[in-house]
Design a protein around this ligand. Structure first.
Ligand SMILES: NC(=O)c1ccc[n+]([C@@H]2O[C@H](COP(=O)([O-])OP(=O)(O)OC[C@H]3O[C@@H](n4cnc5c(N)ncnc54)[C@H](OP(=O)(O)O)[C@@H]3O)[C@@H](O)[C@H]2O)c1
Ligand SMILES: *[C@@H]1O[C@H](CO)[C@@H](O)[C@H](O)[C@H]1NC(C)=O
Ligand SMILES: *[C@@H]1O[C@H](CO)[C@@H](O)[C@H](O)[C@H]1NC(C)=O
Ligand SMILES: *[C@@H]1O[C@H](CO)[C@@H](O)[C@H](O)[C@H]1NC(C)=O
Ligand SMILES: *[C@@H]1O[C@H](CO)[C@@H](O)[C@H](O)[C@H]1NC(C)=O
Length: 461
């Protein structure tokens, strides 16, 4: 019967659409950071984002996507003219953008920067810990006595987060910390000379074995050179860089756990862009000297990244193609996903552009446990010179100061703030639904589709 046949068709159509919807990745390869930001449909007027390293590369692409959503943006790093140029370009797009100067190679500069930012702003909604350097075994040591890459990419990042937390907690809305990790996190144990450049599923960080536990050699005798030195720069070992990125991913998880435990609406995520053409990347030649970018040898150094590159091309290319890179606008899809789409219930997750932002794909825990992360946090406090007493003071701040600050914001734009808050709650609720549905592997979109289609089937019948 024709009638019957039509119903069957609808039912098949339903299954097809449900399947297709369930398969849709969070940040499909074809899209850009701007597309992902636009999909959020968020008007971020009144929200402020700090993006370190926002003058160039990935940070600039993030800034552009946020400006597009009306977010107030502060970029910060060392160089004055480059920051001024970037601000001018972002302002030309209609952005409320400014810059600040500071240097991660010097803890006192980080302290001064955080204090100034806190004096200038009453709230911070998004903090992108994104500035970084490539390389390993950098000499001379920083003024604080650490191997430079370790300090710039991890230790000083930790310090800045500690100092910005009060401002993030004062946001009055769920605030997010987005830390730039890397697909090279798989090589962290190689950084420590513990494996021939490869990831170690269980035995690197937190195993109960007495030898070969990376936690026992951090922080490398205060200099970074004991376990990590320039001789580890070349294959098969991996240098400081992958270790710092691994630690950043762990830090996002631990900051999220701590803030949740304290009942603060601050959520940290980490993300990775893939192999992106930026100024950072001459290091990726792996060995010292002007080696061709990512020749076949170095491509071999990143065997764990993903089945495709950020544009969906087979990865690694076969035969190998030099300069097989993607653009900042593509790589930062995962940062925008983490900032604007990921549910707060997924705080602590890592999102990689290679894996189209599928949670924690491309992340190699290498034995690090929750206990290990707590230990790492304690050690990090020591490395940056924050005492236990000071930390307790930071963790239980003078609430009066912060509440005063939040009220000032509301006086200026009470309605807008409330509207924004409702909007955000809406998003967070959506996110919550999506995550609970996610437990059965079916995104929320499917429920809506199924309702519409079942209704259509009913009407048709
Ligand atoms: N490109 C990739 O393939 C790739 C892959 C994975 C992860 N990442 C990560 O992505 C982030 C951004 O890098 P990118 O690729 O966009 O390269 P980039 O254009 O070189 O950006 C690095 C930024 O960090 C800032 N910076 C460097 N040292 C600093 C310091 N001591 N203090 C303050 N700021 C400092 C630089 O600004 P100033 O020079 O003005 O200080 C620059 O804006 C880094 O964390 C990097 O590790 C990149
Ligand atoms: C940004 O603000 C303008 C002016 O209020 C508004 O017209 C526009 O829709 C906003 N953009 C987004 C993405 O919400
Ligand atoms: C704070 O504001 C002052 C005055 O406008 C400005 O010069 C400075 O760059 C700002 N610093 C930060 C970190 O926001
Ligand atoms: C490590 O040792 C502790 C204490 O003996 C034990 O509770 C824990 O289960 C061990 N962990 C692993 C991974 O074996
Ligand atoms: C660097 O590591 C190599 C290999 O373990 C070691 O022989 C050398 O002494 C180390 N150099 C420094 C400065 O620690």
């Amino acid at each position: 019967m024709i009638h019957r046949f039509r119903v069957d068709t609808w039912i098949w159509a339903f299954f097809f659409v449900a399947f297709a919807t369930a398969q849709e990745p969070s940040c499909p390869h074809g899209l850009s950071a701007n597309d992902i930001a636009a999909r959020s449909e968020l008007d971020l007027t009144g929200n402020t984002a700090l993006i370190t390293g926002g003058r160039s590369g990935l940070g600039y692409a993030i800034a552009e996507a946020l400006v597009q959503q009306n977010c107030t943006v502060v970029i910060a790093s060392r160089s004055v003219p480059e920051n001024q140029q970037a601000v001018a370009k972002l302002q030309a797009l209609g952005g409320d953008v400014s810059y600040a100067i500071f240097d991660l190679e010097d803890f006192s500069s980080v302290e001064a920067f955080a204090a100034e930012l806190t004096a200038n702003h009453s709230r911070l909604d998004y903090y992108f810990g994104n500035a970084g350097q490539g390389g390993s075994g950098a000499q001379p040591l920083t003024v604080d006595g650490y191997e430079r890459i370790f300090q710039v990419n991890y230790a000083a990042q930790f310090l800045l987060i500690e100092r910005l937390l009060p401002l993030l907690r004062a946001s009055g809305e769920p605030a997010r910390i987005l830390l730039t990790g890397s697909s090279s996190n798989s090589l962290a144990c190689g950084s420590l000379g513990m494996a021939a450049g490869n990831f170690q599923p269980d035995v690197c960080f937190d195993s109960n074995s007495t030898s070969g536990n990376a936690m026992s050699v951090l922080p490398f005798d205060q200099t970074g050179l004991d376990a990590v030195n320039s001789t580890f720069d070349c294959p098969p070992l991996a240098g400081t860089y992958p270790l710092t990125k691994f630690l950043m991913i762990q830090l996002a998880k631990e900051v999220s756990r701590r803030e949740a435990e304290a009942g603060n609406p601050v959520y940290a995520f980490s993300w990775a862009p893939g192999n992106i053409q930026t100024d950072l990347n001459p290091w990726a030649a792996c060995c010292v000297g002007p080696v061709e970018w990512f020749g076949p040898t170095c491509r071999y150094q990143l065997p764990y990244v993903g089945p495709t590159d950020d544009l969906g091309n087979p990865n690694p290319p076969d035969p190998p193609v030099p300069n097989h890179w993607s653009s900042p606008a593509h790589g930062t899809m995962s940062a925008l996903h983490a900032a604007l789409h990921a549910p707060v219930t997924e705080a602590g997750n890592f999102y990689a552009a290679y894996w189209e932002c599928e949670a924690n794909k491309g992340f190699f825990p290498q034995g690090m446990t929750e206990q290990g992360r707590m230990e790492l946090y304690e050690k990090s406090l020591e490395w940056v010179g924050i005492t236990q007493a000071e930390e307790q003071q930071l963790a239980a701040p003078d609430m009066m100061d912060i509440e005063d600050g939040a009220e000032e914001v509301e006086v200026g734009g009470g309605e807008a703030t409330v509207a924004k808050q409702e909007e955000n709650e809406d998003v967070d609720n959506k996110a919550l639904e999506s995550s609970s549905d996610g437990a059965t592997g079916v995104p929320i979109g499917v429920s809506h589709y199924s309702l519409v289609l079942l209704l259509a089937v009913k009407l048709f019948y």
